[in-house]
Write a protein that binds this ligand. Structure first.
Ligand SMILES: Nc1ncnc2c1ncn2[C@@H]1O[C@H](COP(=O)(O)OP(=O)(O)OP(=O)(O)O)[C@@H](O)[C@H]1O
Ligand SMILES: [Mg+2]
Length: 505
């Protein structure tokens, strides 16, 4: 029987389900058909594969060729199946030993010349194949990404001919070079550039310790965007596993792999005109959006009230769960989205409410409408609300002072405090669940009364209660104390004052 089987992987979210390519040759009029829910690019594989086989000095079978991609219900997209289809056809026609395809998975798009072109989603495929015993063959152009995982048998190839030589045992393919150790992230913007803003610096540091979501509120030009850009530089370094997860999302999105920056914390700052799909992901073949590309990193939403309200509402789920599920008629895709949100906004439409210059002429009504664009439930999920007032001109022009600390200094403190939290609970304080809060954020009777009174006075929700405790935990960790003291709690409460002001509208 002229049947051959080759294995490959589809790309579905950051998952990479196994796809079996079955090729059958039979009598009848010569021709090729591909079945198994192929989309346009996969149907076109017919022509690419035929020419690539001919240009590799093989013969394309002059018979009826049926290619089946299983499982049939999984939609298949892109040129990633080309290599497996070509090898299946060669094996079915007896030009390659059939058993040589066993024990391997193949990924790669074919050029007409027989060269292999890179495909997106190589890292997710390797992560899924890891632990199995198969050898994975990928295009040389994906080698940087393929070298990230040390514990899997990966081989890289430039052409279809090289893959065939490997399978025949004539010339084994080389493994990719291991990815070099990450370099220190020197290029990030530094906190030393920011003058004054002690309150906001402190809030940024606490947010970094606990991975707390942060909202900066202040008039134009006070340094909100500057501060947000400097958060990645004070966060603790990514672990290898986190960096690889973040790379897998970028790979699934088809972003090029940067061998020098793969270990850097993601920082994404989508514009407020970005579409819902660009922000949260989606499309007919679901792709990750900005919130997933910010996985393990920072998502900066500047001018928060200008974002489409519906899009902001969609953020509520991933803010709590750390992932997003995108449902399409045919199937669902789940993307990770454990990002730290930093948002910035002006206090009113003109931007100058509360400014001592008396420049603001916004009516209370228009201010209320402006702030109302951010819903209570969303605000409720942001742990730290921080006002960023105008810096006096003299201070802006001054030389760098002792309080204008550099990012490296702050990062050392943050990393210390974060490791205390990791040892205690295995996660940053911002992710503590209710039960963990009860265990790790216990208050003395006096502190409990203080908190209850304050929340009552500010009219805040039960969720805010937990937020305050998580932030207080981070403040105490930064201070190096086990117990949450009165001053830690008082500072944490103060980060909800702006919340009270806006809900009082
Ligand atoms: N505290 C500061 N220290 C040093 N430079 C500052 C500070 N605040 C503002 N600047 C200067 O002002 C510019 C604008 O700052 P930035 O973009 O961060 O303001 P913003 O608060 O985000 O304003 P907007 O509300 O208009 O977005 C910066 O590029 C910087 O040159
Ligand atoms: Mg700005």
């Amino acid at each position: 029987m002229s049947l051959a089987v080759a294995l490959t992987r589809a790309s579905e979210g950051v998952a990479a389900p196994l796809v079996t390519v079955e090729v059958h040759l039979s009598g009848g009029l010569p021709g090729t058909s591909i079945v198994g829910l192929p989309e346009a690019a996969v149907r076109e594989a017919r022509d690419r594969v035929r020419v690539a086989i001919q240009n590799t000095q093989f013969e394309y079978p002059a018979r009826r060729v049926t290619v089946n991609l299983a499982p049939a219900e999984l939609p298949k997209n892109g040129g990633r199946f080309d290599l497996a289809i070509a090898l299946g056809i060669l094996a079915a026609g007896g030009q390659l030993p059939r058993e040589s395809l066993q024990g391997c998975e193949f990924l790669g798009e074919l050029a007409l010349s027989g060269e292999l072109r890179p495909v997106p989603g190589v890292l997710p495929a390797l992560l899924r194949a890891r632990g199995g015993r198969r050898c994975i063959i990928v295009p040389q152009a994906n080698a940087d990404e393929a070298g990230l995982l040390g514990d899997i048998d990966v081989r890289v190839a430039r052409t279809l001919a090289e893959v065939c030589a490997h399978l025949r045992g004539a010339e084994p393919l080389p493994p990719p070079q291991p990815t070099p150790a990450p370099r220190a992230s020197g290029a990030l913007p530094d906190l030393a550039d920011v003058r004054g803003q002690l309150g906001a610096r402190r809030a940024l540091e606490i947010a970094a310790v606990g991975g707390h979501h942060l909202l900066l509120i202040g008039p134009p030009g006070t340094g909100k965007s500057m501060l947000a850009q400097r958060l990645p530089g004070i966060l603790p370094p990514l672990t290898d596993a986190e960096a690889i997860e973040a790379c897998a999302v970028r790979s699934a999105a088809g972003e090029p792999f940067d061998i020098h920056a793969w270990h850097q914390r993601p920082y994404r700052a989508p514009h407020h005109t970005a579409s819902g799909v660009a922000l949260v992901g989606g499309g007919s073949h679901p792709r990750p959006g900005e919130i997933s590309l910010a996985h393990h990193g920072v998502l900066f939403l500047d001018e928060l009230p200008e974002f489409d309200r519906h899009v902001l509402e969609v953020l509520r789920e991933p803010l709590e769960s750390g992932h997003i599920v995108i449902s399409r008629a045919a199937h669902q895709a789940k993307f990770p989205a454990r990002f730290q949100l930093v948002a910035a906004m002006n206090p009113c439409p003109c931007g100058y409410a509360g400014d001592p210059g008396g420049r603001c002429h916004c009516t209370p009504d228009s201010i209320a409408r402006y702030r109302g664009r951010i819903s209570g439930p969303l605000l409720d999920r942001i742990d730290i609300l921080c006002e960023v007032p105008r810096v006096p001109l003299a201070e802006l022009n001054a030389e760098r002072g002792a309080t204008d600390e550099a990012s490296a200094t702050v990062r050392a403190r943050v990393t210390n405090a974060r490791s205390v939290a990791m040892q205690r609970a295995g996660k940053p304080n911002g992710l503590l669940g209710t039960r963990e809060i009860e265990r790790d954020c216990a208050l003395g009777p006096a502190e409990r009364t203080l908190l209850e009174r304050a929340l009552d006075k500010l009219g805040l929700s039960a969720r805010a209660y937990h937020r305050v405790l998580r932030v207080a935990r981070s403040i105490a960790d930064l201070a190096g104390t086990d117990r949450i003291a009165r001053e830690h709690l008082a500072e944490a409460i103060q980060y909800r004052r702006a919340d009270a002001a806006s809900t009082a509208r």
